[in-house]
Design a protein around this ligand. Structure first.
Ligand code: NAD
Ligand code: TDX
Length: 337
C-alpha cells in the first residue's frame, strides 16, 4: 500500500482526483490535508469520506509542525500538491495569501519531503506560468516562463523552487502544467460555473472585455488521469503540459451555456476587462501523449453537457456557496448586477 499526501484535496481538482482514484484503486492510502479556505468543501468528498484508505486533516501547508508530524506518522511515498489560492481575479484584489500559500507553502512541503525522503513529489502547476499567446502558437514545456498575474507569478515561483529542489538536492519532483479545467465541484468564481449559475438564476453574465480571449479546456477527469500517469511514470526533474486541444473564445462558451439552458443572450453583459488579462492560452501536450501514453478521453460537447447537468442536479451544493461571503466577493468584483 503506497501512501500519498494529497494537499488541497477539498478543492475542485483535488476532490475530483480523490473521488476518481479511490473509486477504482485499493492499493493507495490518501491523507488529504486541506485548510478549507472559501474554496475547500468537504461536501465534495461525501462519497469517499468513510473509505478505509482515506483520512482527512484540516490544516495549512504552511504549518511546519503539522507537516512534520504527518510525514513522521505516515512515511509518505508520494506528495501531490494541489493546494493553492487558484483564482486570478482574487489575486488582483490581494496577492499576499497567494505568495504565502502558493510559494512559501510549496516550499514547506518540498523541505519536509527532502527531510523524510519520498518517491515522488508532483507539483500541480498551470499553463498560466507561460504568460499569454498571440493568435497562433502553442505552449510547450520549453516555452520560457512569463507569468502576468500575481496568481501565475506565485505558481511560477513555486515551480522554480520545486525544480531547484530536484537540481540541487535530487528531490524527485515532477511538474504538471494543465490548461483550464471544467467539471463538477468547481467553485462558481471560475468562468464556466459562474455563467451556469448566473444563467440559472436569471442574473447577468459578466463577460470581460471583448469576450474574445481564448482558453484551452480540459475535463477535470482527463487532467486527473494525467496526474495519475505522471505519478506512476513521470521522470523526476521533468515538466509535463496537459491539455485537450480545445480552444474556445470566452463568448462562445457563454453563448453555448445559454443555448443549453434555453436562456436569452440578452443576459450577457460586457464588463470592464480584467487588468492584465491574458489573451490566449493553448497547450501542446504531445510530450505527455508520446512519453506516457496519455490522451484526453472526454469529448468537449458531451463533457460540458454533463457539467451543466451536474450543476442543474446539485443546486443545493452551489446555493450554499452563493450565500454568505460569496456575496461580498461578487459585489466587490461585479458591483450590484
Ligand atoms: P481550488 O481553489 O478549487 O482548490 C484549492 C484547495 O486548496 C482548496 O480546497 C483550499 O482550501 C486548499 N488550500 C488553499 N490554500 C491552502 C493552504 N495554505 N493549505 C492547505 N490547503 C490550502 O483550486 P483548483 O481549481 O482545484 O486548483 C487546484 C490546483 O490546480 C491549484 O494548484 C491550481 O493552481 C492548479 N490548476 C488549476 C486549474 C483550473 O483550471 N482550475 C488549471 C491548472 C492548474
Ligand atoms: O466573470 C468572468 N468573466 C470572464 O469573462 C470570469 C470569472 C472570467 N472571465 C474570463 C477570464 C478568462 O479569460 O474567462 C476566462 C476564464 O477565466 P477563469 O475561469 O477565471 O480562469 P483563468 O483566469 O483562465 O484561470 C484558470 O485556468 C488556469 C484557473 O482559474 C487557474 O487556476 C488555472 O491555473
Amino acid at each position: 500500500m503506497k501512501k500519498i499526501l494529497v494537499t488541497g484535496g477539498a478543492g475542485f481538482i483535488g476532490s475530483n482526483f480523490i473521488n476518481y482514484i479511490l473509486g477504482y484503486r485499493d492499493d493507495l492510502f490518501i491523507v488529504n490535508l486541506d485548510k478549507l479556505t472559501y474554496a475547500g468543501n468537504l461536501e465534495n468528498l461525501k462519497e469517499i469520506e468513510n473509505h478505509k484508505n482515506y483520512f482527512f486533516v484540516k490544516g495549512d501547508i504552511n504549518n511546519n509542525e503539522l507537516i512534520d508530524f504527518l510525514f513522521k506518522k505516515y512515511s509518505f511515498d508520494y506528495v501531490i500538491n494541489f493546494a493553492a489560492e487558484s483564482h486570478v481575479d482574487r489575486s488582483i484584489l490581494g496577492s499576499e495569501v497567494f505568495y504565502i500559500s502558493n510559494v512559501v507553502g510549496t516550499n514547506v512541503l518540498l523541505e519536509a519531503s527532502r527531510r523524510y525522503g519520498i518517491e515522488k513529489f508532483i507539483q500541480i502547476s498551470t499553463d498560466e506560468v507561460y504568460g499569454s499567446l498571440g493568435s497562433t502558437g502553442l505552449f510547450t514545456e520549453r516555452t520560457p516562463l512569463s507569468p502576468n498575474s500575481p496568481y501565475s507569478s506565485s505558481k511560477a515561483a513555486a515551480d522554480l523552487m520545486a525544480l531547484s529542489s530536484h537540481h540541487t538536492f535530487g528531490l524527485p519532483v515532477v511538474i504538471t502544467r494543465c490548461s483550464n479545467n471544467y467539471g463538477p465541484y468547481q467553485f462558481p468564481e471560475k468562468l464556466i460555473p459562474l455563467m451556469i449559475i448566473n444563467a440559472l438564476s436569471n442574473k447577468n453574465l459578466p463577460v470581460y472585455g471583448d469576450g474574445l480571449n481564448v482558453r484551452d479546456w480540459v475535463y477535470v477527469i482527463d487532467h486527473n488521469r494525467a496526474v495519475e500517469l505522471v505519478l506512476e511514470k513521470g521522470k523526476p526533474g521533468e515538466v509535463f503540459n496537459i491539455g485537450a486541444s480545445r480552444e474556445m473564445k470566452n463568448i462562445d462558451i457563454v453563448k453555448l451555456i445559454l443555448t443549453k439552458l434555453a436562456k436569452p443572450e440578452n443576459l450577457i453583459q460586457y464588463v470592464k476587462d480584467r487588468p492584465g488579462h491574458d489573451r490566449r492560452y493553448a497547450i501542446d501536450s504531445s510530450k505527455i501523449q508520446n512519453e506516457l501514453g496519455w490522451k484526453p478521453q472526454f469529448d468537449f460537447e458531451k463533457a460540458i453537457d454533463q457539467t451543466i447537468d451536474w450543476y442543474l442536479a446539485n443546486r443545493e451544493w452551489w446555493n450554499r456557496i452563493i450565500t454568505g461571503d460569496y456575496q461580498k466577493y461578487y459585489k466587490t468584483l461585479y458591483g450590484d448586477r
